[in-house]
Design a protein around this ligand. Structure first.
Ligand code: NI
Length: 137
């Protein structure tokens, strides 16, 4: 860390309480570090999008019994094959599958791919995360 600056912010009390609870759950021992991480994440995302090429993951949890769901997932992924590096599939239990898709490519393409996958009917949880390819400060 370089030279430090101290800032003061005004924040809704309820929002701050939620933030503190969240930080505690994530194991933060001080609020400043949690704020710094949020700011770094946000700036990283901007840098990645400005660079045009992004790396990330799409995580999906779904019930494979839902009609046409697995076919639709496969069809969409084939449509974006150039943006998909690898896919991990785990059968969590009798009904539920977890899939993690590692993506790389133009921000617009991977964002569209993630959006289409997460929006499929029957996908119970979906999360798209962009990752910095290089170490940030
Ligand atoms: Ni499965």
């Amino acid at each position: 860390m370089g030279e430090l600056s101290r800032v003061s912010i005004t924040i809704d009390t309820e929002l701050l309480l939620r933030f503190d609870r969240r930080n505690q759950e994530r194991g933060y021992t001080n609020r400043s570090e949690a704020f710094r991480d949020l700011i770094r994440d946000e700036l990283n995302r901007d840098d990645l999008q400005a660079a045009g090429e992004v790396v990330g993951t799409v995580t999906l949890v779904y019930d494979h019994h839902v009609r046409q769901l697995t076919e639709r997932l496969t069809e969409i992924q084939h449509g974006f094959h150039a943006a998909i590096i690898s896919t991990l599939h785990v059968h969590l239990n009798h009904d539920t599958c977890l899939e993690v898709i590692i993506v790389r490519g133009a921000a617009g393409d991977v964002t569209r791919l993630a959006g289409q996958l997460i929006a499929i009917k029957g996908v119970r949880h979906g999360k798209f995360a962009l990752t910095a390819a290089t170490a940030g400060s």
